[in-house]
Design a protein around this ligand. Structure first.
Ligand code: S3P
Length: 445
């Protein structure tokens, strides 16, 4: 686990200002490597997120024969020399997904279709997260998957083989589960469909057609894949838009620091990812979408955020998957609002990189927030400022570390945020960009 690394954050010394370009979307960066590796030909990718999670995905496919060539120093542009749908080779060593649940779960679907044996490991956080949600459906399609705790925990051992397509009804609203099953469906005999209880992010469904594989959107909850037998590298560069999950940290920071006015450039506004905008709009945040456009198969916009008084609200449960990664920082917005914020039916937050309900409640309470933990969410009574002068623990969870750095901007004195190094998994340039708009945050030493 990415343990270690202490951030010193807050309070903001003045209004936050400027234009900021956050890095590429993490979910799409993973998928671009996976599909590029399985395609025939060379896939060119731009806007890739140079985060540890995505490097883990790249390394796993390199270990199975795909070739990744970085085209710039920042590692935001690359070429993937694919091996074709049936060209992966058995890895000589264990595959390491690091901290990344997305890598582990999506790649389980791909490994399920391979005529070889593989073992996938991760860090301590990933080893604690449930895997039967993906192991069960690919087993039902014909793969052999085993792991600790009856096959629910990593390391996972996967012996793939001939798969049969199926109509899978997922008990959990999870894009990782849906994507795992659809990716396994690429290798299956017959069609594969996934039906979910709530609609989730659809980057897999949007990206597969760029590689020549259609996905039928039966309705908002069901996607169906009829395998066409091969993926082909797109002629055009695969462009990855800026990650809305990273943008939300700065949107909340600008909302809570008086006098702020920032523009977040070309942020992904896919309706399955813009739940944070809807929650913040309900909190009466001052957000304006400008210059709406398309980047590849995904809609984007510049988002202008000005500070304002935020208000409490009750989150619509149907919006939860669309904002699932943003709740740590939305809790910060709620703690600094003038009302009551209620979140129910969000038990999935307990199985992320950390138990995000518990880790955020503990950290915010240490700073004087009024937050009541619920089994499946939280009730937060907002207040006008938080108190600093304490040390909080990010528990090796990138989004907890960044959310608390945002909260600190509206405290009386600084806080220390321990075990924050995991920021490198999703947003390695967070501190630099935060400083560029005037946030008060730096690494210890
Ligand atoms: C992701 C799906 C979400 C999200 C994760 C990325 C994806 O997970 O939390 O950060 O890329 O498919 P779940 O599907 O488990 O909700």
């Amino acid at each position: 686990m990415n343990i270690g690394g202490t951030l010193i954050a807050g309070p903001a010394k003045g209004p936050l200002q400027g234009n900021v370009s956050v890095p590429g979307d993490k979910s799409m960066s993973h998928r671009s490597i996976m599909l590029g590796a399985l395609a025939e030909g060379v896939t060119k990718i731009e806007g890739f997120l140079p985060g540890d999670d995505n490097f883990a995905t790249a390394a796993m496919f390199e270990a199975m024969g795909a070739k990744v060539t970085w085209l710039n120093k920042d590692k935001t542009a690359l070429e993937v020399q694919g091996v074709g749908l049936y060209g992966l080779k058995e890895p000589e060593n264990v595959l390491d997904a690091g901290n990344s649940g997305t890598a582990a779960r999506l790649i389980t679907g791909i490994l399920a279709g391979q005529d070889f044996h593989s073992v996938m490991v991760g860090d301590a956080s990933l080893h604690s997260r449930p895997m039967s949600r993906v192991a069960d459906p690919v087993r039902a399609m014909g793969a052999k998957v085993d792991g600790r705790e009856g096959g629910n925990k990593m390391p996972l051992s996967i012996r793939g083989g001939k798969l049969k397509g199926m109509d899978f009804v997922s008990p959990v609203a999870s894009a990782q589960v849906k994507s795992c099953v659809l990716l396994a469906g690429l290798f299956a005999e017959g069609d594969t469909s996934v039906t979910e209880p709530k609609a989730t992010r659809d980057h897999t469904e949007r990206m597969l057609p760029l590689f020549g594989q259609d996905v039928e959107r039966v309705d908002a909850f069901t996607s169906r894949l009829k395998p066409c037998g091969k993926l082909t590298a797109p002629k055009d560069v695969v462009q990855i838009p800026a990650d809305p999950s990273s943008a939300t940290f700065f949107a909340v920071a600008a909302s809570i620091v008086e006098g702020s006015d920032i523009v977040l450039n070309s942020i992904g506004i896919n309706p399955r990812r813009d739940g944070w905008c809807r929650v913040m709009a309900d909190m009466q945040a001052d957000l304006t979408l400008e210059a709406e456009n398309m980047v590849g198969a995904e809609p984007v916009a510049d988002i202008r955020v000005k500070s304002t008084t935020l208000h409490g609200m009750t989150v619509n449960p149907n919006d939860i998957p669309d904002a699932i990664d943003e709740f740590p920082v939305l809790f910060v917005a709620a703690a600094l609002s003038d009302g009551e914020f209620i979140l129910n039916e969000a038990e999935e937050l307990r199985v992320k990189e950390s138990d995000r309900i518990a880790t955020m409640a503990t950290a915010l309470k240490a700073c004087g927030a009024n937050i009541e933990e619920k089994e499946d969410g939280a009730v937060i009574q907002g207040q006008s400022c938080l108190k600093g002068g304490v040390t909080v623990d990010a528990h090796g969870d990138h989004r907890i570390a960044m959310a608390m750095a945002v909260a600190a901007q509206r405290m009386d004195v600084e806080i220390h945020i321990e075990n924050a190094a995991a920021i490198a998994t999703s947003f390695p340039s967070f501190v630099d960009l935060a400083q560029s708009i005037g946030m008060n945050v730096h690494w210890e030493n």
